[in-house]
Design a protein around this ligand. Structure first.
Ligand SMILES: [Zn+2]
Length: 178
């Protein structure tokens, strides 16, 4: 019987999860991470070499190799984030830059060979919006439907929310009706 070396668990796989990176790799990353939208993701398989050439600290400790990386664009800041994730796509650390190319170069410095591993997000626009709605729907303006990151401020009531722009518009209407 031929055994594939690729199915061997990596040293960084948390022991409590008890699953190999190959099995875990079938699990897709989420469409959004907080307010960041997934653009591309990469799996750190056996052909990728972790060089340690990154200074990413998490809780005061230098972060080592992770099995999954997610390249995202933050909807609020527009920044490109590189999320360093565990086998369940839970974010352990964040790095990144202002461009996709620059952020991929950062990733390549720390993970030699990762450049060829990037996979485009499989999610359609509708799926992204659905996911955003699930997470952020409650925080949308109930009147103009804008997302919290598209306005300066959102005021939330128990059942609905209103943004600063709508308050401004309504104030003008009230003013002109006086
Ligand atoms: Zn509004």
């Amino acid at each position: 019987m031929v055994r594939s070396t690729a199915s061997r668990p990596r040293s960084f796989a948390p022991p409590d999860i008890g699953e190999t990176i190959v099995a875990a790799a079938k699990r897709l990353p989420p469409a959004i991470f907080g307010t960041a939208r997934l653009l591309e993701y990469a799996i750190v398989d056996n052909s990728v070499v972790f060089t340690g050439r990154q200074s990413l600290f998490v809780d005061g400790k230098l972060l080592g190799a992770v099995p999954f990386l997610a390249l995202c664009r933050d909807l609020v800041s527009e920044e490109i984030n590189l999320f360093h994730c565990n086998l369940r796509w839970k974010v352990i650390g964040v790095s990144g830059g202002s461009t996709i190319v620059g952020t991929k170069e950062l990733a390549e410095r720390a993970y030699c060979g990762i450049s060829t591993k990037w996979t485009t997000s499989p999610y359609t626009e509708d799926q992204v919006v659905q996911q955003l709605e699930k997470t952020w729907g409650r925080h949308r303006c109930s009147f103009c439907q804008k997302w919290p990151w598209d306005v300066q401020q959102i005021f939330e009531g128990p059942r609905s929310s209103i943004c600063d722009e709508c308050i401004g518009s309504f104030a003008k209407i009230l003013e002109s009706n006086r």
